[in-house]
Design a protein around this ligand. Sequence first.
Ligand code: SF4
Length: 645
Amino acid sequence: MYGWIGKILHVDLSQCEVKQFPTQPYADRYLGGRGIASRIYWEQVKPEIKAFDPENRLIFMTGPLVATGVQGASRLSVVGKSPMTLPEGYCYGNLGGFIGPELKKAGFDGVVVEGCAPTPMYLWIHNNKAELLDASSLWGQGVYQVRDYLHQVHGEKAKFITTGVAGERKVRTAVVVASHDSTVSAGFGAVMGSKNLKALAVKGTGRPSVANPSRLKELNRYTKRISKRFRLSMPPSLIGHEMIVECIGKGDCYQCGLECIRGRYRTTNGREGYRKCQSMEVYMPWKFSRKDESVDTFFDAPTLCNEYSLCTFEVRNMIEWLYACYQSGCLTEEETGLPLSKIGTREFLERLLYVIAYRQGFGNILAEGLVRAREHVSDQARAMLTHSVVPIGLGDWQPPRVFVAHGLLNAMEPRMHMPLLHEMSHLRARWQAHLLHPDLSSVTSKVFRAVAKLFWGSEKAANLSSYEGKALAAKKIQDRTYVMDSLGLCSFAWPIMDSFNTPDHLGDPTLEAKIFSAVTGIAGEEFDRYAERIFNLQRAILVREGRRVPDADAIPEYNFTEPFETDPIGRKLLIPDSGEEAVSTVGNILDRERFMSVLKEYYHLRGWNPETGVPYTETLAALGLDDLVSTFSPEETECENEDLH
Ligand code: SF4
């Protein structure tokens, strides 16, 4: 096989047994990454299995482009039953950095982990071999101590995946942390902990074969050239705080030369480290009127969270909620045992993280995650939870009241899936940057509309807050993102929709398919079919686990009742109108009837029953997914749509 290595590890921790199975039967239909991992989940994780049962699987899967030299192909998908979602259910995420490419260099496309080790263990994978080793001395250690130990034992070049004390103690929001501070949420750190699996250490010297290396080289050069599109290297909420932190270099992911906001930063106190996006913003003392707090507190906060494996999204929401509750008097220092009067200081952060990770006192309630913690506090404290608090991830970012298509994207997923939301939100950000300083980006309103036509199916989709063209736009974004997640591509780099370096400033929607062909030797025309297959598979998994469609294809009620004011970092988002003007979105609210009619249009485009949201038998059969049909009730899968016959 070109692109893929051709084998996947299966590790049974209960039996201390390591086996392999071939990638090809899965790759032919589900590509890799999220696609293959979801299919394995479908086959191996029955709906009644709980997140912390030994029978749950933790599935790590790369894609065919990873480690081939393709730009931004660094991603390692992780799939399993999540303890963080409410109720527990199928979920996914991915890790950037170096761990995915290293796994392929070590001789495997992925790793499936089941069971529970009798004592703490770690998996050592190196040049086509894998073995389980004793991790008793690592149990109770933080992420960076584990890293140092693995480097000492297996060499500095070994890459790792691990979880800290929060994962061991099954904090429902605990993350998995990998080399170069990459993390994946969904509570998969807690799943590692429940399996007594402390780490994976990986080192290899191999590489996947590429079908057409000279063509790939040419496409890589083209990718780098047209990917120049944004002169910005600072997470949005830090703009205006450049005096305390500066970006001094590029982010560090395997063989990636593309622009993004993962960077190496330095504080005025001289501290340096890699930071990216929201994780950098987990604790900003100035938000709590702590102007005298050292900049180190802000800069060290993500590292302190990582050390325990606590989710920076969740910690940020918790602190903002605790602050609001303390200010209004509905939570006190006495009842929480936390120094709430010191929110914004390092002392408070360190105490909070400690009590959550070790599940002490009020920390034990927070360790269940905010969506579950809300059941253990007063009505008044519950009412202080913001719209950012959802079962997983950040809630009200890129809100449907501004981006109508995001309402559809959010409604179909078991979690907030940021890569799906990046496509429209990043383009909007580049458009707004152009308004402020034309040098920052080439996305004028005219370019924005042309991108909408090329990538989302119609110019109408460019009016982000209208209902026209949004069903098709949502489907196209989903299809592209599902393929990207399965190929191993990073959503900070892909898709390339606009460019400083093309005559019309448009990107290239065919580029991923061309690269796929150069790497694998397989024609890329069938991309949409891969996406459809993986998307319908996910629909079947969710329905099998109890999702009641169409009612569960919903977004929070406030979208229909509360006018939009600002996003969670206080931005009053502007969007382009049909001409050259910028329109404010303050006051936007969703119209229920129109949104429901867009949802039906979307079902129709998917080949699903527009009334029930259930895939027609013919749709599944055309994708070779006959085995999913029985998941849906027979009367709902019967096709009344002549177009599909
Ligand atoms: S675009 Fe940024 S985050 Fe994505 S692979 Fe490249 S360096 Fe990593």
